[in-house]
Design a protein. Structure first.
Length: 198
């Protein structure tokens, strides 16, 4: 007897930040290795078969095809971006990966582990990475779509992601060393580029 096909899943990648600590540059367009930060995140979700992949932020050139959405208001923060991204996810999608666009070390294995953890715990609403300090990475997780839709407001500008997603039941998945690295500062960028050459 064949196992059932995997549930369809989608990804919402948040790429609308202002990058104040990086001088206001378009940080997801910064390169680490031979590709931009955004293309690295897109490659990770595409390798796992996410469909659709929705990127929330100003449209840019990307190596892979994506759906574009824009948070309301522009620059309204990650929860506003998530609210807009969810609107582009079809109703039949069972799981939604929620990812920041500036993650430097996320890979297909990251999403595989999160999705496997969620499938193994039917009572949970989502699975998120937790770094070596015990910090929950709210923008590095996979959630059951109905649960996510039940808590994300129509307009999330000014609200904290953790305050909203914290109402859901989650599984904490330990991150691999360096896996949660995101690029917020010049030091982060140097660390990401140094890791990519090892």
């Amino acid at each position: 007897m064949k196992p059932p096909p995997p549930s369809p899943w989608a990804a919402v990648v948040l790429a609308g930040g202002r990058a104040r600590r990086l001088g206001g540059c378009d940080k997801v367009a910064l390169t680490v290795g031979d590709r931009t930060l955004l293309d690295g995140v897109l490659a990770a979700v595409a390798a796992g078969g996410a469909d659709p992949v929705v990127v929330v932020g100003p449209p840019r050139t990307t190596a892979l095809p994506v759906l574009w959405a824009r948070e309301d208001p522009p620059g309204g923060g990650p929860l506003a971006g998530l609210a807009e991204g969810l609107r582009a996810v079809p109703a039949e999608v069972a799981e939604v990966a929620v990812l920041a666009g500036d993650l430097a070390a996320v890979g297909p294995g990251t999403l595989d582990r999160l999705r496997a953890a969620l499938r193994a715990e039917r009572a949970a609403d989502g699975a998120v990475l937790v770094d070596e300090h015990g910090h929950v990475q709210w923008l590095l997780g996979v959630w059951r779509a109905p649960a996510l839709r039940s808590v994300v407001p129509e307009r999330g500008a000014g609200l904290a992601v953790r305050a909203v997603l914290g109402h859901l039941t989650r599984i904490d998945v330990p991150a691999l060393p360096g896996e949660t690295l995101d690029v917020d500062t010049p030091d982060d960028l140097r660390a990401a580029r140094g890791a990519s050459t090892r």
